[in-house]
Design a protein around this ligand. Structure first.
Ligand code: NAP
Length: 516
């Protein structure tokens, strides 16, 4: 049992004082809109001619823009991080911990401001944004705890020799976070690198680069030395390969789509001229997560869990449920209950800044992709709720429930990453497990069942990184539900754990002969 660690607690936005604080933050941001943010390399602010514009997906308003990193500057950033590594890798764990504790304090002080930027750029609501901030605090506190244990080294058997086995930092990392968790995942990548004595270049998602800049500022204020964390926004398709293939890049920490993750894995495997190591890749990728509902399940509870998993944050969580696999004798009742629950959720649809239960999808490309799948769903099954969308004001897709979907259907196998739920009918629990395991992904899964035999069977055979029973498939909490997927969902990094930090360290075995 772990003691000495406590998960952060979300802000209670039902309280008027907290509502006022986030509204004040939105007002403060109003005066900052339109700002052009520079790159930060070795502590130096650098502007470039090309910029990336950040939009609010709820109303298409321009929030500001960031300078786009060129190939030359990407190379400079890696060299700068490499130089900084020489000193940072020799700092004591105590010093690193102190700095990251300061970062946690600054985050709490700036909580509403960071939440507000997250809401505006990603389209999530207040509670979801603050949930992310809590996850970020949990990452800091868990990594700080783990590194102090890891710093003791590996326990060895006693011998006549003087032996030690210690964890040491490995070098320069590249962080490639996604837009859907721009605060916690980006910060988790930074903190895990910094706490282990490495240095890092952060290329934020092009959809959420401003909130990433705000985190960079807090890292600097916390006293992380120049060059240890570098901020280099840019289109992944333009500078991604260069960062991955650079001979001084020692590790790549990526979270995003399967296609990009597989590309990174392949490119990182090649040894570039001048490169003296094999690169480490942490790649956490997509999902096609299933929730099984068997004949003994509490249907009302299952419907609530499925709807929450499928439609909060518009189905744009990697852990979101996109397939409900339901036994035939409860299928109709379940579909009905899901439709009723979805109707309730849809009553509060609108901009994240108005704290609506469901908001916009992140951008035009996502809107086009998701609505394309809605049209496929219309052909492959029967839409019993939703199926409607509009990009007139912002990018809004209504939560869509599709019944009579076969296991072969495209919407039963491909990641949509939007609010589209395929409901698949099966005859037996074994068939349900078989359908659940059929996709190339294996990230999260859940089973609603009151039959012990089925629960035991699913524990053994439902092959996913995060498996839940009688609860939703989303909302993993640090050190309660260590997160990471199997198969083409990723390298199973299990963020928040000591295992995760080991990805960014070498274990050095040191032996001294004591005889004359
Ligand atoms: P994405 O398009 O793969 O992008 C992720 C990051 O990679 C972004 O910073 C992106 O930059 C960058 N990138 C793009 N092309 C690159 C290249 N060739 N080389 C290096 N980097 C490159 O994914 P996304 O749309 O941001 O995020 C959604 C996906 O993330 C979904 O598939 C979701 O399931 C997955 N996800 C997984 C987890 C998990 O823990 N398993 C968590 C969250 C999200 P640009 O923005 O500039 O393109």
């Amino acid at each position: 049992m772990l003691t000495g660690f406590k998960n952060a607690v979300e802000v209670d936005f039902s309280l008027e004082e907290n509502q006022k604080k986030i509204m004040d933050a939105f007002r403060q941001i109003e005066s900052e809109k339109g700002t052009v943010y520079p790159l930060v390399i070795g502590g130096e602010r650098i502007t470039t001619n090309q910029t990336i514009t950040s939009y609010n997906p709820a109303n298409k308003e321009v929030l500001g823009s960031v300078c786009a990193c060129t190939a030359e500057l990407a190379d400079q950033a890696i060299h700068t991080a490499n130089k900084a590594f020489a000193a940072w890798s020799h700092t004591t764990v105590d010093e690193r911990v102190r700095t990251l504790r300061k970062l946690a304090t600054l985050l709490i002080e700036n909580r509403f401001y960071i939440d507000a930027w997250n809401v505006l750029e990603s389209g999530k609501n207040w509670g979801e944004a603050d949930g992310e901030l809590c996850e970020q605090l949990d990452f800091i506190n868990s990594y700080v705890m783990h590194i102090q244990n890891l710093d003791k080294g590996l326990e060895l058997v006693p011998t006549d020799e003087h032996t030690k086995c210690i964890y040491i930092p490995i070098g320069v990392g590249v962080a490639l976070p996604p837009w859907n968790f721009p605060v916690s995942l980006s910060a988790g990548m930074v903190v895990s690198a910094v706490v282990t004595g490495n240095t890092i270049c952060v290329k934020p998602s092009s959809d959420t680069p401003i909130v990433a800049y705000k985190l960079q500022e807090l890292c600097e204020k916390a006293g992380i030395p120049a060059g240890v964390v570098n901020y280099i926004p840019g289109q992944g398709s333009e500078i991604g390969d260069l960062l991955v293939e650079h001979p001084l890049t020692r590790f790549i920490n990526f979270t995003g789509s399967k296609a990009v993750g597989c590309r990174i894995y392949e490119h990182a495997a090649k040894v570039s001229p001048g490169q003296k190591w094999l690169k480490r890749v942490v790649a956490e990728m997509g999902g096609k997560n299933a929730i099984i509902v068997d004949s003994s399940a509490n249907i009302q509870k299952a419907a609530q869990g499925v709807v929450s998993s499928a439609f909060t944050f518009q189905g744009q969580k990697c852990s979101a449920c996109s397939r409900a696999i339901v036994l035939d004798d409860v299928y109709d009742a379940f579909v009905e209950a899901v439709v009723e629950e979805t109707k309730k959720l849809k009553e509060s649809q609108g901009p994240g800044q108005e704290n609506c239960a469901i908001g916009p999808v992140v951008n035009k490309a996502s809107f086009d992709k998701i609505t394309g799948y809605v049209e496929i769903a219309r052909e492959e099954g029967n839409i019993v709720y939703g199926g409607t969308y509009s990009d007139e004001t912002g990018y809004f897709v209504d939560p869509t429930v599709v019944r009579d979907i076969t296991r072969e259907a495209r919407i039963a196998n491909e990641e949509i990453f939007g609010p589209v739920l395929a409901v698949i009918k099966v005859n037996t629990f074994d068939e349900a497990l078989d359908v659940a395991n059929q996709t190339e992904y294996a990230l999260t899964g859940s089973v609603y069942s009151e039959t012990r035999e089925n629960v035991i069977k699913a524990k053994k055979t439902f092959h996913v990184g995060n498996l839940y029973f009688n609860r939703k498939s989303t909302a993993a909490v640090v050190l309660q539900h260590p997160f990471g997927g199997f198969n083409l969902s990723g390298t199973d990094a299990k963020t928040g754990t000591a295992d995760y930090l080991r990805n960014f360290m070498n274990l050095k075995s040191i032996t001294e002969d004591l005889t004359d």
